[in-house]
Design a protein around this ligand. Sequence first.
Ligand code: ZN
Length: 126
Amino acid sequence: MTAAAVTKRSLTEDDATRIVTEVAKTCPKIPALITQHTRCGKPQCRCAAGHLHGPYHYLRWREGRFHRRRYVRLLDVPVVQAILEQRRTDRDEARQDEQRALQTWRQLTRIAQDAEARIRHHQEEP
Ligand SMILES: [Zn+2]
């Protein structure tokens, strides 16, 4: 196969799935999976009369000031949904861990303050 043929070769289904799942897994914020119906703009098309094209699925997320989105083929929707669900679960668990760590820190701080107060009180006694 020539180099040109290789670069022109369309993505295999596996490649496309791998790319879209990689985006779902790695983009910094958990993306939203959105569904859209669209008008193509041709005046004679059924969509002009309200029978829109779709549904089309996209991952949408923000990177700094930029909104980004990536098309998700229908056959990839279930695996993408599962990845996003897992990321939300992981995020929620991480938040709960943080909360527990913060509570522990506050308890330890109180214990230390109480101990200091008792020591000071003890030292001030004649
Ligand atoms: Zn149309």
